[in-house]
Structure formats: C-alpha cells, structure tokens
Design a protein. Structure first.
Lengths: 113, 114
C-alpha cells in the first residue's frame, strides 16, 4: 500500500553543523514531494517542494534531493540553528490524486547550542 | 498575506458530545483540506474541497464526521457523536488550485475527548 516513511525518528546535531533528514517512499507513481517543518503547537510549515522531473532543488539554507531509482528523498539544512529544532515531515502525492498528501511519521531534529 | 485561520485552538468535550471546527483559507485558494493528526504521527487527509464541491472524502468516517464549504470560502468540520479515538489535532490547509501545488496549513484545533 501507499506509505512514506523516515529512516530516523530523532536526529541531534550541533549548532552550525549541517543536518540531513531522510525519507523513503513506496509509491513509484508519486510525482510531487514536499518537506514540512512542524513546531510544537503549530501547524506544518512549508519548507520546500520538488517535482519528479528534478533531482535537486535548493532554497535558503535548505536543499532537497530526490532519487527516484531507490525512491528516496532527503532534506539538507546548512548551518543548522536552534530555531531549526522541530519535527520534519516529508509528504508525497501525484497529480491524479488531486493533491492528497501522504505524510511520513516525522523526524525530530534537536539542535544543541 | 494572511495565513489559514482556524478556531477554536483548543476544545475539550466528553465522549458522545458534538463539536465543530472552523477554517478560513488563504484568500483566493480554491482548494481546502481537512487533516487529522494523532499525536506522534503525520497528518491524515479527511476531506478535500474544490470550491464548494467535495473532491475526496474517502477517509472521512461519515457515520460521525461531516464537513461543508457552502460558499466555497470558509469551512466547518463537525463530529457527532465524538469517540475517545477522535482525540487529535484537526488541521485545515489550502492551496491555490489543488493538484501538485503547495498546501499551507493553519495551526489546528487540539481536541481532547474525556
């Protein structure tokens, strides 16, 4: 069945280091992927998205990599800051699903000062 | 640009009571979604509207949950009667036209069932 999962439920990094959060997806028909950041008591906040015709996309301090061969998605955060501490979710969908997102379990990122 | 607005932020009710949540999407967004997020899990779609029509309600427990978006703008989600397993955060999201476009979320309503 459809599923999007994360390899690591928790990740602890030192402030200033780079962070890498991984995600595996099982639906090979998925063609659109989003990373969200969720802080305690708040809704998911859009970080970056990528379509299946790309394998890399960069934003401000963040990079998303997509490997369709092994159905793997990663989020790289450069120079991680305490404000980056949150739960990160990957989500996937395809155009035929009209935008219905399938979310993974989430990875909790903890940044040590 | 104002974000997705939801109210109330918190609600505590006893099982078998009813409850309603309200959502006002980002102005101009045609597509509205309601998600349920159980503690420790990712959000799960309950229902999707395109303007005032339902696109997908396949995962909505229709014996107790209902939702409407009568004028194609704001929306309400109702639970009647509530069960203990309905304790969760109910999130509303909107996107410009649905499909492969970013969805933007409100901060949700945290529902506790006693």
């Amino acid at each position: 069945g459809e599923s999007v999962g994360l390899h690591l439920p928790t990740l602890s990094v030192q402030e200033g280091d780079n962070s890498i959060i991984n995600c595996a997806y099982s639906n090979s028909a998925s063609d659109y992927f989003i990373w969200y950041k969720q802080e305690s008591g708040k809704g998911p906040q859009f970080i970056i998205d990528i379509r299946s015709n790309m394998d890399k996309r960069q934003g401000q301090r963040v990079t998303v990599l997509l490997n369709k061969t092994v159905k793997h998605l990663s989020l790289q955060i450069a120079a991680t800051q305490p404000g980056d501490s949150a739960v990160y979710f990957c989500a996937e969908t395809n155009y035929n699903q009209g935008g219905k997102l399938i979310f993974g379990q989430g990875t909790e990122l903890s940044v040590k000062p | 640009e104002a974000g997705v607005a939801q109210s109330p932020r918190y609600k505590i009710i006893e099982k078998r009571q009813s409850v309603a949540f309200w959502c006002n999407p980002i102005s101009g967004h045609a597509t509205l979604y309601w998600y349920q997020q159980i503690l420790g899990q990712g959000p799960k779609l309950l229902i999707q509207f395109q303007n005032n029509g339902v696109v997908d309600d396949s995962q909505l427990p229709k014996d107790r949950f209902s939702a409407e978006r009568l004028k194609g703008v704001d929306s309400t989600l109702k639970i009647q009667p509530a069960k203990l397993e309905d304790s969760a955060v109910y999130l509303c999201a909107s996107s410009f036209q649905g499909g492969n476009q970013p969805q933007h979320f409100g901060d949700g309503t945290r529902l506790s069932i006693l």
